[in-house]
Design a protein around this ligand. Structure first.
Ligand code: AP5
Length: 216
């Protein structure tokens, strides 16, 4: 099974992708995580991407399409993939369709997490992650069981994303509204778009996604 998780910054794509990985053994392909790895490695792409990400803009299509194509090839033969953060422009959506045709892969669901802007700001301003294993948390909605200790790996160092500040969040939202939301009619016309209320609690959102996947 292959699916696309779609939604604005902070909609809960990464949170739900992690649950899908744990429950169905799917592989999460997050273009944001891939770019952050490039930034951490100090590669030429990482240096270029960091400037763009910190401005809340989108990295050029040609770079993203090549990056995701390589990752899909690497995971072909696994139990299925979750695209998290790709496609983000009409050009990426069209390139993805061609790529999937060429590789003989079928996309089963495009799931859109719907949230409003107030929730986005509240979610992103409280988000942090374990510096060791990357598990995501939130100051209010998803605290570690023991304060200051990662539930998953026991590490005690956490970090916040440099693009989660108020100014960059505003720019990311504008980029989403101008360049990413216009893709939705494309998937609607193809009949593959399913909408989920992303404002509900994490477990309710996950139950709805499971319902879609399991055809309930
Ligand atoms: P990326 O990393 O993809 O960021 P994003 O799309 O802005 O999404 P986020 O990771 O911020 O949010 P999310 O929806 O995963 O929410 P999460 O689950 O963490 O991209 C970063 C940048 O890279 C882009 O700005 C761009 O520059 C570049 N980029 C990436 N892909 C690109 C592409 N294809 N083309 C061009 N450029 C690209 O949840 C957020 C918080 O809310 C968490 O703390 C969580 O605990 C909490 N939360 C989640 N769900 C709930 C809930 N139901 N109730 C309460 N709290 C919740």
């Amino acid at each position: 099974m292959n699916l696309i998780l779609f939604g604005p910054p902070g909609a809960g794509k990464g949170t739900q992708a992690q649950r899908l990985v744990d429950t169905y053994g799917l592989v999460q392909l997050s273009t944001g995580d891939m770019l952050r790895s490039e930034v951490a490695s100090g590669s030429d792409l990482g240096v270029r991407a960091k400037r763009i990400m910190d401005d809340g803009q989108l990295v050029p299509d040609d770079l993203m399409i090549e990056m995701i194509s390589r990752q899909i090839d690497a995971e072909n033969g696994s139990g299925g993939i979750i695209l998290d953060g790709f496609p983000r422009t009409t050009g990426q959506a069209e390139a993805l369709d061609n790529m999937l045709d060429t590789k003989g892969i079928k996309m089963d669901h495009v799931i859109q997490l719907e949230v409003d802007e107030d929730a986005i700001v509240a979610r992103l301003s409280g988000r942090f992650a374990c510096s060791s294993c990357g598990t995501g948390y939130h100051d209010i909605y998803a605290k570690p069981e023991v304060e200051g200790v990662c539930d998953k790996c026991g590490a005690t160092e956490f970090s916040r994303r440099s693009d989660d500040n108020a100014e960059t969040v505003r720019a990311r939202l504008a980029a989403y509204n101008e360049q990413t939301a216009p893709i939705l009619p494309y998937y609607e016309e193809k009949g593959s778009l399913k909408r989920v209320n992303g404002l509900d609690g994490m477990e309710i959102v996950f139950a709805e996604i499971r319902g879609i996947i399991e055809g309930e």
